[in-house]
Design a binder for this molecule. Structure first.
Ligand code: AMP
Ligand code: MG
Length: 407
């Protein structure tokens, strides 16, 4: 059996980053920048006031009761700005351009007004409350580098530079194919005995979306090799195909055989030391990466998180693609690990001191849907890990934000 880490390594060695595309910045958050962004202008473009107050020349306000005549008012958005003569001040508001002849803004809290005169209660400090042209970003400087995952703050910067479009890596199109004679459509007639709704396809589509991909849901495919082969071949224009079901050694598990037949042998592997999820497959069909996941909902979810999600992230130009474990304390004793790396569904919470605790005492059956729905993440029990006591630490993958919201 392959270790989880080795399986991840082999898959990621084959996955490559997709080409870049131009996109509007409004759709670029969390996407990976594919170009360096060089400022085409200064930020700010001109000296301006950081506060509401009075624009002055600092050398005109030397004492603690200096009085100057106010010769103009400059609101934010002012297009014409008067020149300040020596010995005068201008009323100015936050963001307004500093007038020629001024170098400093005195905040209004330290002034008193008497008709058209303003008296300053203290001496000016040269350039105080002035945002200088280019102090934030200089024209010609690189402000964002390729490879960066765009944040709302980055998007503000791009917009301020007048960049409405940027080059980012393309989102992968991911076809999701479920196989199984027992599967029926969600909006069809009430499922009869032996039939279940094709639920994995919706969960996998949601997981693809969260990973930045574009899911394409296809109807369930019956358990026969020809239908499975046709489904794969007609989806091969996607960047990835994710199948679930039919990977085991049961009499009706044909996906494995079709995957073997259609993809090149060197990548396929069929037994990973993981629980839930042991039988999984991987290969390529032309440019399309093919992931064969097991059908049990928990197995499909865990193997998606460990093998498919990192691949989809790599396709989009991300470099930190593997889920990052963090340490937590166990709310109860846990028995020693077995032959496979076990991923236990956990409830996670923080105690009064902010420490993270996890409880893995819920139903770990690979078909149990409520325990997947309620899982805050997965605790990792390595093969042959020693038994643990309550309070011992354990590696966990936190997979939703509920735990942070609830604490
Ligand atoms: P398989 O991997 O095909 O042997 O399926 C294992 C278990 O997962 C069976 O109980 C299936 O009914 C269930 N299963 C397979 N595919 C799906 C699916 N698309 N949605 C929900 N359950 C599924
Ligand atoms: Mg099946």
């Amino acid at each position: 059996m392959l270790s989880v880490a080795e399986a991840q390594r082999r898959i990621l060695a084959v996955i490559s980053t997709l080409p870049s595309v131009e996109t509007f910045i409004s759709g670029s958050v969390n996407r990976v920048l594919a170009e360096d962004i060089v400022a085409g202008r200064n930020l700010p473009a001109w000296d301006n006031s950081a506060m509401d107050g009075y624009a002055v020349k600092a050398s005109d306000v030397t004492g603690s009761s200096q009085r100057l005549r106010v010769i103009a008012t400059i609101p934010a958005g002012a297009c014409e700005v008067p020149t300040l003569l020596p010995g005068t001040a201008a009323r100015i508001f936050t963001g307004a351009p500093l007038p020629e002849g001024a170098d400093t803004v005195m905040i209004q809290e330290n002034t008193s007004i008497d008709g058209e005169y303003v008296t300053f209660h203290r001496a000016a400090r040269h350039r105080e409350n002035v945002r200088q042209q280019g102090e934030d970003a200089k024209a010609g400087s690189t402000v964002l580098s390729a490879g960066r995952v765009l944040s709302p703050g980055d998007i503000n910067l791009l917009a301020s530079l007048g960049r409405s479009r940027v080059s980012v890596y393309r989102r992968p199109k991911v076809a999701i194919i479920s196989t199984g004679d027992e599967l029926v459509e969600i909006d069809g007639p009430e499922p009869g005995l032996g039939q279940i709704i094709n639920s994995n396809v919706y969960a996998l589509a949601a997981a693809v979306q969260l990973a930045g991909g574009v899911p394409v849901i296809t109807p369930p495919v019956p358990d026969n090799p020809e239908s499975i082969r046709n489904a794969f071949l007609s989806a091969r224009s996607a960047d990835a195909i994710v199948t679930c079901g039919g990977m085991s050694v049961g009499d009706f598990d044909y996906v494995r055989d079709v995957l073997r037949e259609l993809t090149s042998d060197e990548y396929g592997f069929w037994k990973v030391a993981i629980k839930p999820g042991k039988p999984i497959g991987f290969g390529t069909l032309g440019h399309c990466a093919l992931f064969g996941l097991p059908g049990n909902p928990a197995s499909a979810w865990v193997t998606f998180i460990l093998f498919v999600r990192p691949s989809l992230l790599k396709m989009q130009g991300h470099t930190m693609v593997l889920p990052l474990p963090r340490r937590a304390r166990l709310a109860h004793a846990l028995k020693a690990g077995g032959a496979r790396q076990n991923y236990l569904r956990i409830a996670a919470y923080r105690d009064a001191s902010g420490e993270l605790w996890v409880d893995a005492s819920r139903n770990q059956s690979s078909g149990a849907l409520t325990s997947i729905a309620n899982a805050d993440g997965l605790a990792i029990v390595a093969p042959s890990a020693p038994a643990r006591e309550e309070g011992d630490s354990i590696d966990v993958l936190l997979l939703n934000t509920r735990v942070d919201r609830h604490s």
